[in-house]
Ligand binder design. Structure first.
Ligand code: ATP
Length: 373
C-alpha cells in the first residue's frame, strides 16, 4: 500500500458567490486527489467575512485565524459586501489583512488563456498566452494603508516602502518560479517592472533585483519601466514570461492581465509567504449575481490547482503536483472545444454546467503536461 499524503486545508467560503463556487471546487479537488490515489485533503470550513461581521460583530474571528495558521494551505473564495461596512465607512476585507498577518509577500497572478476562451486580442499568438505576474503584496505603496495623512485639507501624503529583505525574497521566488517554468517548457525569464528612471525607491528595487539575478546565472533577467509594460501587455503580452513588480503597480497590471484571459471569473491567484499561502480567485463576492447560479467557478478551480502544485512542491510529493496538473488539464479540456462559455463572457453556462464539465473531463482525463505556473 503506498503511503497517503494528507493536507489540512482551511476553507473560507466567505460572502456573495463565495459559498456557491466553494462547494463544487472542493468536490473537484477531492476528485483530482482521488484519481492520484495517494493524496487526501482534509477540508476545514471556517467563518469570516462581511456577512459574519454583520451577524456576529467581527469580520475575522480569532479561532478562524488560528485555524488558518495551523493549516497547510488556505483556500478562500471571496469576502466583502458593498452594504456591510465598518463604522468609518470602509469595506470589510479581512482577506487583505491575511497577507500582512502571514507575510504573504509573493502575489502570483497567472496570465494564461484557457484554450477555448475567446482571446481579448486578435493576434493568433494570443491563444498561447502564458505568463505570470508576481506582485509584491505586503509593502510598496500599500505600506501606507491606514497611515496616509491630509494636512490642513491642502496636501495629502502616502509613503511607498521598499525593503531589501522582502525584495530579496520576492526576487528569489521569481527566479525559482522561472526555473520551474523553464523545466516545463516555458522561456524562464524574469522581467523587473519598475520606475527606476524617476524614483529612488524603484532604483533601489532594481539594484536589489540585479543583485539577486546575479545568483541565478542560468535564468535570463531584464528590466522594463511599468508604463512600457502596460503598453506591451496590450500589444504583445506573449513576449513576457515572469514579471515581478511592486504592490500598487502589480495591483493595476494584474487586472489588465485578467482582462486578457477572459475576465475575473477566469483569473486565479495565490499569495505566498515562506510559511503559509492563500489561494483565491482574483474576483470579489459579486453580490449582483449571488444566488442566480451564474457565477463562474473557473478562477477558484484554477486557484485550487495552484494550491495542489504549491503543496506538492513544498513537500516534494509528486502525486500532489500531478493532482494539480490533472485539475488544470481538466479545466482546459472542458473549455477546449469552445462550446462551454460562462455568462460573464456572453455565454449561458453557470456554476453547475462549468463544474460538471470539469468533473467529466477529470473523470475522462489523463494528466497532460499543462501545469499551473
Ligand atoms: P472586490 O472589490 O471585492 O474585488 P468588486 O465588486 O470590485 O469586488 P467583483 O466582485 O470581482 O468586483 O466583480 C465585479 C463584477 O464582475 C461582478 O459584479 C460580477 O458581475 C462579475 N463577476 C465577478 N466574478 C465573477 C464570477 N466568478 N462569475 C461571473 N461573474 C463575475
Amino acid at each position: 500500500m503506498p503511503s497517503v499524503e494528507r493536507y489540512r486545508i482551511a476553507v473560507f467560503p466567505g460572502d456573495g458567490i463565495g459559498e456557491e463556487i466553494t462547494a463544487p471546487c472542493l468536490d473537484l479537488l477531492a476528485q483530482a486527489c482521488a484519481a492520484e490515489g495517494d493524496v487526501v485533503l482534509d477540508f476545514h470550513p471556517l467563518p469570516a467575512g462581511a456577512g459574519h461581521y454583520r451577524d456576529h460583530g467581527e469580520a475575522f474571528p480569532k479561532e478562524s485565524l488560528d485555524a488558518a495558521r495551523e493549516a497547510d494551505a488556505i483556500l478562500l473564495a471571496a469576502m466583502g459586501l458593498p452594504d456591510v461596512r465598518y463604522p468609518d465607512g470602509t469595506e470589510i476585507s479581512p482577506q487583505l489583512d491575511l497577507r500582512f498577518e502571514l507575510g504573504l509577500y509573493a502575489g502570483v497572478r497567472p496570465v494564461r488563456l484557457v484554450p477555448g476562451i475567446p482571446p481579448a486580442l486578435a493576434d493568433s499568438r494570443a491563444a498561447a498566452l502564458d505568463c505570470v505576474l508576481l506582485r509584491e503584496s505586503t509593502e510598496g505603496l500599500f505600506a501606507s494603508h491606514g497611515k496616509g495623512t491630509v494636512e490642513d485639507d491642502r496636501v495629502a501624503r502616502d509613503t511607498l516602502v521598499i525593503t531589501r529583505d522582502v525584495s530579496e525574497r520576492l526576487f528569489d521566488f521569481a527566479f525559482r518560479m522561472a526555473a520551474r517554468r523553464r523545466a516545463r517548457g516555458r522561456p524562464g525569464r524574469v522581467t523587473c517592472v519598475d520606475k527606476a528612471n524617476v524614483f529612488t525607491s524603484f532604483a533601489f528595487f532594481r539594484r536589489v533585483f540585479d543583485e539577486v539575478a546575479a545568483h541565478h546565472p542560468g535564468i535570463d533577467a531584464d528590466h522594463m519601466y511599468v508604463d512600457a509594460v502596460a503598453l506591451n501587455l496590450v500589444r504583445q503580452p506573449w513576449q513576457f514570461d515572469v514579471l515581478v513588480t511592486e504592490n500598487m503597480f502589480g495591483d493595476i497590471l494584474s487586472d489588465l492581465g485578467a482582462g486578457l484571459i477572459g475576465g475575473m471569473g477566469m483569473a486565479p491567484s495565490a499569495d505566498i509567504g515562506d510559511e503559509a499561502a492563500v489561494f483565491q480567485p482574483c474576483h470579489g463576492s459579486a453580490p449582483d449575481i449571488a444566488g442566480t447560479g451564474k457565477a463562474n467557478p473557473t478562477a477558484m478551480i484554477l486557484s485550487a490547482a495552484m494550491m495542489l502544485d504549491w503543496l506538492g512542491d513544498r513537500r516534494g510529493h509528486e502525486g500532489t503536483v500531478r493532482a494539480g496538473a490533472r485539475l488544470t488539464a481538466a479545466v482546459d479540456a472542458a473549455f477546449a472545444n469552445g462550446r462551454l462559455l460562462p455568462y460573464e463572457l456572453g455565454g449561458s453556462d453557470g456554476t453547475t454546467a462549468i463544474a460538471s464539465a470539469v468533473g467529466a473531463a477529470l473523470a475522462a482525463g489523463d494528466p497532460v503536461a499543462t501545469v499551473p505556473a
